[in-house]
Design a protein around this ligand. Structure first.
Ligand SMILES: NC(=O)c1ccc[n+]([C@@H]2O[C@H](COP(=O)([O-])OP(=O)(O)OC[C@H]3O[C@@H](n4cnc5c(N)ncnc54)[C@H](O)[C@@H]3O)[C@@H](O)[C@H]2O)c1
Length: 265
């Protein structure tokens, strides 16, 4: 028996085709778990315990089908990792110009909130119904340090993560008596993932009055991080696996910051 003892447990991971989610999928497979990767874009994993289920987490019907698929195939769900998320930098007010594309619009607001927040509630609700019948389960929400600290040019994203932290606290209070834990993980600055597209960098640079080059130099400037480096995706995956396991059996209702000691974003 391994220390984590999560062999043969069944986990749904959203956004498991890239970045943090992919690292989580791979770490779980290494521990002999069964993993259903719910993502809009498909990625292969050469492992018999891996399934891809095409899912847009902002669509209720996709989520219903995902949960049905998992139960039909594996008869149970031990935990759900709400990892999928997007970030589109936008200012509240662009005082440099009128009619700016970099000002928050209701379309962008809806897009961010539908994926980062509404999708999480819809999937957690369906999984929690299964967990209640089973008598156990874990909901893990992927937050961000920005949800605790705020972030210039990323107010909508940071607000979606702060709201997620609040879901984590409230759902833990609602579901604790049913032996269901609800936990969050809030990474700070990490090695590069799919979130760092050119469109993202251009928008963030604009909102901070910097060039994309200056922004890129900032990635290696770790002076605000006490551990003086960015985090590895595998370090986030390690924390996720611990929280999913019974080793974390008395932890619920909290969002754990994993940011190398950085506290101001
Ligand atoms: N990378 C970081 O530094 C960092 C820091 C803090 C928090 N986070 C959070 O970690 C999570 C993962 O981020 P990442 O950096 O690995 O991003 P990423 O872009 O590399 O991966 C996100 C995955 O989610 C999928 N996805 C996007 N929209 C989806 C939808 N509607 N339905 C299903 N899947 C969808 C994408 O296809 C992609 O595979 C996000 O919630 C993000 O906010 C990331």
């Amino acid at each position: 028996m391994s220390w984590l003892n999560i062999d043969n447990k069944v986990y749904i991971v959203t956004g498991g085709s890239s970045g943090i989610g992919k690292a989580i999928v791979e770490a779980l497979l290494e521990q002999n778990c069964i993993v259903v990767n719910a993502d809009i874009s498909e990625v292969e994993q050469n492992n018999k315990n891996y399934r891809f289920f095409k899912t847009d987490i902002s669509f209720d019907e996709d989520i219903r089908n995902l949960v049905e698929f998992t139960i039909q195939n594996f008869k149970k769900i031990d935990g759900v990792v709400n990892n999928a998320g997007i970030n589109i930098p936008r200012l509240l007010v662009d005082y440099k110009k009128e009619e700016s594309e970099f000002e928050l619009s209701s379309d962008i607001y809806d897009k961010i909130m539908n994926i980062n927040l509404k999708g999480v509630y819809m999937l957690s609700q369906k999984c929690a119904k299964v967990f209640i019948k089973q008598g156990y389960g874990v909901v893990l929400n992927m937050s961000s340090e920005s949800g605790l600290e705020g972030s210039e040019g990323q107010g909508c994203y940071a607000a979606s993560k702060a709201a997620l932290n609040s879901f984590t606290r409230s759902w833990a209070k609602e579901l604790g008596k049913k032996n269901i834990r609800v936990v969050g993980v809030a990474p700070g600055i990490l090695e590069e993932t799919g979130l760092r597209t050119l469109a993202y960098e251009e928008a963030l640079a604009y909102t901070r009055n910097k060039t994309v080059d200056d922004l890129r130099k900032g990635y290696s400037n770790t002076s605000t991080i006490p551990l003086s480096r960015s985090g590895k995706l595998s370090e986030v995956a390690d924390l996720v696996m611990y929280l999913l396991s019974q080793r974390a059996s008395y932890i619920t209702g909290v969002t754990i910051n994993i940011a190398g000691g950085k506290t101001r974003g």
